[in-house]
Design a protein around this ligand. Structure first.
Ligand SMILES: Nc1nc2c(ncn2[C@@H]2O[C@H](COP(=O)(O)OP(=O)(O)OP(=O)(O)O)[C@@H](O)[C@H]2O)c(=O)[nH]1
Ligand SMILES: [Mg+2]
Length: 312
């Protein structure tokens, strides 16, 4: 990578940045070298994950958080991962409308990513896109994901703090998300607090927190917001700031980053080995094993053993 490219990125050349992200999304051959040389420049940004059920108001909240960040002269990049676009194609448009008013501000960069075609590698792709945006020198990177299952937890794990957003109707979703994104939640938001039921959800969250308090370093705060009206946003941002400062002080952010680094390396090794392993010879052995499975009752584990041990 040339220093010219880094200079363009540092000067917020949006055209260069968008081009680079598209190359990452398309998996262009030349991109890994560029990503490697950008990585050291991506470390200073603080990363905030915002996750929650579809339509909880995550993008609206982020739009309002951007205003808070700009008011204190901070710079911010947003990666918005949108699994629903696969079905509707509509939410991406919604994000653009909601966050687009910042598009003329060079201190703000918003990128929406559909998950179409990326299933499996979506977490890796999101981390890479976040790194590229961070290398422009943004103070904060916000990663928005729809948080329901384990795959989404993986995306959100590559951030410094996690904000989980619910709405007053989220009772069932709280149950579903207990084994996933909620475990990594540092701040809980109940958005759309203008609607009935916010108190009940708040109580559910408090119960959940007292049940899981043994496994936590600290008790997450619950903040009520009304994103469309901008209510509670100042408090939310203040809590994000305070928590990030505390976790930096206590060494937790450094610890989390080490864990993220480890898991990224492990995943990359896994992907690389799998890609090298599945050559055409092994693919054809695998196809022949299908017959073995029917006739000799070859279990999947025996088949895998044969492939790895006898052919490896
Ligand atoms: N009543 C009410 N509506 C809200 C509030 N915040 C957001 N909304 C509305 O909720 C809808 C969804 O908002 P988004 O910000 O797109 O939600 P999201 O969580 O980003 O949605 P996805 O990315 O599609 O999962 C929009 O119509 C918003 O205007 C709120 O505090 N109160
Ligand atoms: Mg959204």
């Amino acid at each position: 990578m040339t220093s010219e490219l880094l200079n363009s990125l540092r000067q917020n050349d949006t055209r260069v940045l968008s081009g680079l992200i598209s190359a990452v999304e398309n998996g262009d051959d030349t991109i890994s070298e560029t990503l490697n040389s950008l990585f050291p420049h991506s470390r200073d940004s603080l990363r905030i994950g915002i996750t929650g059920p579809p339509g909880a108001g995550k993008s609206t909240l982020i739009d309002k958080l951007i205003v808070q960040i700009r008011a204190e002269d901070g710079t911010v990049g947003v990666v918005s991962v949108d699994p629903t676009s696969f079905f509707s194609g509509g939410a991406l448009l919604g994000d653009r409308v909601r966050m687009n008013r910042h598009s003329l501000d060079p201190a703000v960069y918003v990128r929406s990513m559909g998950s179409r075609g990326h299933t499996g590698g979506l977490a890796r792709l999101t981390h890479q896109v976040a790194d590229v945006i961070a290398s422009t020198g943004k103070d904060y990177i916000i990663v928005e994901t729809v948080g329901v299952g384990q795959a989404e937890t993986e995306i959100v794990l590559n951030v410094d703090i996690v904000v989980v957003v619910f709405v007053p109707e989220s009772g069932d979703e709280i149950q579903i998300m207990k084994a996933g994104p909620m475990e990594v939640g540092d701040i809980f938001v109940i958005n759309k607090a203008d609607r009935a039921g916010a108190d009940r959800i708040s109580q559910l969250l408090q119960d959940y927190m007292s049940d899981s308090s043994g496994q936590r370093e600290f008790v997450p705060q619950i903040i009520l917001t009304e994103a469309t009206e901008g209510k509670g946003i100042e408090q939310l941002w203040a809590q994000c700031r305070t928590l990030m400062a505390e976790l930096q002080q206590s060494g937790t952010i450094r610890k989390r980053r080490n864990e993220q680094y480890l898991s990224r390396v492990r995943n990359a090794v896994h992907d690389e080995l799998a890609a090298r392993f599945w050559n055409s010879d092994r693919e054809s052995v695998l196809m022949k094993q299908i017959d073995g499975m029917r006739e000799r009752h070859l279990s999947p584990y025996e088949a895998a053993d044969q492939l790895v041990n006898e052919l490896g």
